[in-house]
Design a binder for this molecule. Structure first.
Ligand code: ZN
Ligand code: FE
Length: 260
């Protein structure tokens, strides 16, 4: 079983998992790069996972349909352009002999879901396909959900095993880390990780997948109970003396929305 990130658009990744013969892809916003990758590796498309309804995650579905020899698992509570097998928390999806647990993670969109595979067939660490909910060093914007919902969704993901490979759908890491360093200038892991990511991007390599244990050390949106993060949030827009993690998260998200 091999995991690959197919680049699409300006900064999307379409994750592909394959066994040398059959592949699944996650959030195919564009069919072209997927068909090219399948052809280059002589793979059949055995299934698709979809996390949410945004165009950069579903835009390739109609064009991929004639090539697909299997199911599309997607969010039960979002509108999809093609027939799907609807999924929500508690459901399990079987693809390529892998078992994916579905997690409801509302916030970026109201019906956003994530897929978690505890024991992937590559005998490597667990896999998480989290769409636009968790990014390395950041999190998705709140288009449809409340800060409290997004905070709870991130907590759900943060509770997964530390070695979980976090497969985010955008290469936003460097921009996220500039903000993270503003929040936590004294975080040494953050400085080290930023340097590593700079070198990866200079060589045009992905910074992903990340790992949950790393994100817990460097991602301010997962660190809303850390004293340094609380102090930073309090300094933003007269946020007052709050140390409530949901309020800290709310202020961080507002700050990041307008951060350049
Ligand atoms: Zn999105
Ligand atoms: Fe997206």
């Amino acid at each position: 079983m091999k995991l690959e990130a197919i680049a699409a658009f300006a900064d999307n990744y379409i994750w592909m998992l394959h066994d040398g013969a059959e592949a699944l892809v996650v959030d195919p916003g564009d069919a072209g790069p997927v068909l090219d990758a399948l052809a280059a590796r002589s793979l059949r498309l055995a299934g698709i996972l979809v996390t949410h309804h945004h165009a950069d995650h579903i835009g390739g579905l109609i064009e991929l349909l004639p090539h697909l020899r299997g199911p599309i698992f997607g969010p039960a509570h979002e509108r999809m352009p093609v027939p799907i097998t609807p999924c929500q928390s508690g459901d399990h999806c079987q693809l390529l002999g892998q078992n994916f647990q579905v997690l409801d993670v509302p916030g970026h969109t109201a019906g956003h879901i994530a897929f978690y595979c505890d024991q992937p067939g590559d005998a490597n660490a667990p896999l998480l396909f989290c769409g636009d909910t968790l990014f390395s060093g950041g999190c998705g914007r709140l288009f449809e959900g409340t800060p409290a919902q997004m905070f709870a969704s991130l907590q759900t993901l943060a509770a997964l095993p530390g070695n979980t490979r976090v497969c985010c759908t955008h290469e936003y890491t460097l921009a996220n880390l500039r903000f993270a360093r503003e929040i936590e200038p004294a975080n040494a892991e953050l400085a080290t990780y930023q340097q590593w990511c700079l070198e990866r991007r200079q060589r045009d390599l992905p910074t992903l997948p990340s790992s949950l244990s790393l994100e817990l050390q460097i991602n301010p949106f997962l660190r809303c109970s850390e004293p340094a993060v609380i102090v930073a949030a309090q300094s933003f827009a007269a946020a007052g003396q709050t140390n409530n993690p949901v309020e800290v998260f709310t202020h961080l998200r507002q700050w990041k929305n307008n951060y350049r």
